[in-house]
Ligand binder design. Structure first.
Ligand code: AMP
Ligand code: MG
Length: 366
């Protein structure tokens, strides 16, 4: 197997020389169950929302696949321009600029993601909290200069005090942040949301067999070929050039991975990853990767971020609320452990080299 390009955020393209099948993803890779066949599936990729996106479709003519890819690309661009924190003209930035001053009209993608943020904030007991923006910025994850030293405890405390999804409001056709200095960052859910919207678009377009992938947030429909199913490889968070196994996903299922290897800053030789624990104000320590399978990409995206914060023990308690979701945790330890919820066992197939490291956790019934 040949190795391809490494992009921003460690996005890796792996190309199988023998079969011509493209494997890609951030944390994940897709293939067809039972092996890859040349020309069976068309795939187009492009960059958007700071990462790579792909549409893979089991369509007979390449032209049709191009139509799907263009539709997805323009929708993702539209979502990016509504929800980017980097674009001062985005709907999200307008809402942030009004923090503590007033509400803005709740419309379109902003309304939908604010709604999702409130639901997942409540369901994860605040582990998933989009108002973590001031801390994301304080730790240097919002572009600009990377910090050379640790933020001061005073600064962390001041910013932590600004965080709280219960001060994010959606009511009467308006939405906003009630506290001055608050900042919402949709980075933990916007990609999954975009994958769901694009999947709906492709269904409307008549597509039945396809995968939409945005930076490792994926949703699969139908089959790549008769008698085959979509396979998604799970990257090894402790050695991101390899995989630990693969998932076999049925119609409509989604998957997302949150990892400490995607975006991080290094201060005094120590790595601090981009997912912040809203309870402490510090980047989460101790987790290397969390993969979630869910019936929607927004759920997989928000839940993988929230479970990354909570870790396996507290995460299992939260998962009891999500009876149709399954999770896989890899703690950040030299001795690799692959902790899977009972529900994950029907999707996850471990690579034989790691089978001794898989442990089942919790008593989830799904
Ligand atoms: P993901 O890669 O989906 O896990 O999302 C990580 C991104 O979500 C970060 O780059 C931040 O923009 C944002 N984020 C960081 N910590 C949290 C958190 N605790 N809850 C929600 N979003 C977060
Ligand atoms: Mg996420």
């Amino acid at each position: 197997m040949k190795r391809g390009t490494i992009g921003r955020r460690g996005w890796t393209v792996l190309k199988s020389g023998k079969t011509g099948c493209l494997w890609w993803a951030l944390g994940l890779a897709v293939c067809l169950a039972g092996g890859c066949r040349r020309n069976a599936v068309k795939e187009e990729s492009f960059s958007v929302m700071g990462t790579m996106a792909s549409v893979m479709a089991g369509c007979s003519d390449a032209e049709r696949c191009g139509v799907y890819a263009r539709r997805v690309q323009s929708r993702m661009k539209e979502i990016e321009s509504a929800l980017s924190v980097y674009n001062p003209g985005s709907d999200l930035s307008r809402m942030n600029a009004q923090a503590g001053k007033g509400l803005v009209p709740a419309e379109g993608h902003l309304k939908m993601t604010v709604g999702l943020s409130l639901v997942f904030g409540a369901m994860t007991h605040g582990a998933f909290d989009v108002t973590v923006g001031p801390l994301v910025k304080g730790w240097g994850f919002s572009g600009g200069e990377k910090p050379e030293r640790l933020p001061s405890p005073v600064m962390i405390e001041e910013r932590r005090a600004l965080v709280g999804y219960t001060n994010l409001v959606l009511s009467g056709g308006k939405c906003g942040l009630t506290g001055k200095g608050m900042l919402a960052d949709m980075g933990g859910v916007a990609k999954g949301y975009a994958v769901d919207v694009c999947s709906r678009d492709l269904k409307q377009e008549g597509a039945t067999d396809f995968v939409v992938n945005l930076g490792g947030n994926m949703r699969c429909f139908g089959k790549p070929q008769a008698g085959r199913s979509w396979r998604v490889g799970v990257r090894d968070p402790l050695k991101p050039s390899g995989t630990i196994g693969w998932l076999e996903l049925g119609d409509g299922m989604a998957v997302a991975t949150s990892g400490n290897y995607e975006r991080f800053v290094e201060i005094d030789g120590k790595r601090y990853a981009h997912i912040i624990d809203p309870r402490t104000g510090w980047p989460v320590q101790g987790m290397a990767g969390v993969t979630v399978v869910a019936p929607s990409a927004a759920t997989a995206d928000a839940l993988s971020t929230g479970l990354f914060v909570l870790g396996p023990e507290e995460g299992m308690q939260v998962l009891t609320l999500f009876t149709n979701c399954a999770a896989l945790f890899v703690p950040d330890k030299t001795e690799r452990e692959i902790l899977v919820t009972p529900g994950m066992e029907k999707y996850f197939h471990v690579d034989s080299a790691f089978s001794a490291q898989v442990q089942r956790i919790g008593r989830q019934t799904h």
